[in-house]
Ligand binder design. Structure first.
Ligand SMILES: Cc1ncc(COP(=O)(O)O)c(C=O)c1O
Length: 374
């Protein structure tokens, strides 16, 4: 028997996560100048990190020989005061992805049920499978979460429910009162993870008071990230807000130093830079309008999105993806979500969006228009 055969069958069966193609990789493959490539494939912030964040990182560099503060006192205190919760309610993660994994690690045994929606963020099934738990995928409604059907899928075997709002890759979104009603209906011994990675791209009037719901819902975990609107994807820092007892459990299974010192310093500065987030939201809204109106003109169907990305239907998505790559434009295929005719495109800067749209128009023209409306 090979040593790899000793790993649990459910681990061997995992289909690895496939991220957006890195710029350097495409440059190597097609002998392109990396400077000419644009990447709209990982829902990153196209603006570059804020100068305040860069200064905070530079200042923290002198302490590189020290371990970080494993309890991240300063960052948790700042988050607690911003969100109006206690520091004991916050668990930091190496990206919010880490928080999702920590929930799975703390609560799931092999065979337990985990409920999530069809087309929901792919890390939910991955984290489920890595524990030998059973994913219950609930059919989507108009590509988004069907909360009534998800409620009906919860049984005595369900331990965790994942909801992404807005959802990636579909960009679908549900108003706060609808989500709150759903959370209210879930038995209090079932964890509900409300993943709000794209929350800051919503108009402030649409951002739910979800972290406040934790006080009345001890089974609720709200996760947020610094990767998107705050522009810190490379540093990997996110957090969950939850009942202190749940936080205590997650902290037991968390690596002691899961958020590095530069990430902590950067997140602290990013939290303070309210203007950066506002500007990111505005740029995203303008970029989304730019993409939507051009896509309409091209006759390309898209799903209205509340995130910093949009899903477009292009027929043979794999062929269009390859054609865009040859044009130096990286977007994201979503065939792994069982959406083989769609591509997900991150909103870039105005000029990046223009380049993408021009490349898309070329690829449609060269395929004889087969990528047009479906
Ligand atoms: C819905 C959703 N949740 C969580 C994450 C994880 O992001 P991070 O680990 O960078 O915080 C992502 C990243 O794309 C996402 O789309």
């Amino acid at each position: 028997m090979k040593v790899s055969d000793r790993a649990p069958e459910y681990v061997r069966a995992i289909a690895p996560y496939v991220g957006g193609k890195p710029i350097e990789e495409l440059a190597r493959e097609l002998h392109l100048d990396p400077g000419t490539i644009i990447k709209l494939a990982s829902n990153e912030n196209p603006r570059g990190a804020s100068p305040k964040v860069q200064a905070a990182i530079a200042a923290a560099v002198s302490e590189l020989t020290r371990y970080p503060d494993g309890n991240a006192f300063a960052l948790k205190a700042a988050l607690a005061s911003r969100l109006g919760v206690a520091a004991e309610q916050i668990v930091l993660g190496n990206g919010s992805n880490d928080v999702l994994e920590l929930v799975a690690q703390a609560f799931l045994r092999p065979g337990d049920h985990v409920v999530f929606s069809q087309y929901a963020f792919i890390v939910y099934p991955l984290a489920t499978q890595a524990r030998g738990a059973r994913g219950i995928e609930v059919p989507a409604k108009d590509y988004g979460h069907d909360l009534d059907a998800m409620r009906s899928a919860i049984t005595s075997e369900t331990r965790v429910v994942f909801i992404a709002n807005p959802n990636n890759p579909t960009g679908t979104w549900l108003p706060g009162h609808v989500v709150e009603r759903f959370i209210d209906s879930v038995p209090r011994d079932v964890i509900v993870v409300l993943d709000e990675a794209y929350n800051e791209f919503l108009d402030p009037s649409e951002q739910a008071e979800s972290t406040a719901w934790v006080s009345t819902h001890p089974n609720l975990v709200v996760s947020h990230t610094f990767s998107k609107a705050h522009g810190l994807a490379a540093l990997r820092v996110g957090y969950g807000v939850m009942n202190p007892e749940v936080a205590d459990l997650l902290n037991r299974v968390r690596q002691p130093f899961n958020v590095n010192a530069l990430a902590q310093a950067a997140a602290l500065a990013a939290l303070d830079d309210v203007q950066y987030v506002e500007d990111s939201r505005r740029l995203n809204r303008e970029g989304m309008r730019q993409l939507e109106s051009a896509l309409r003109e091209l006759g390309v169907r898209f799903l209205p999105s509340r995130g910093n990305f949009v899903m477009i239907e292009v027929g043979d998505a794999s062929a269009v993806y390859q054609a865009l790559l040859r044009d130096g434009v990286i977007v994201r295929p979503v065939a792994n979500y069982n959406l083989p005719t769609w591509l997900r495109v991150t909103v870039g800067t105005t000029s990046e969006n223009e380049r993408f749209l021009a490349a898309l128009a070329r690829s449609i023209a060269s395929s004889g228009g087969t990528a047009r409306a479906h």
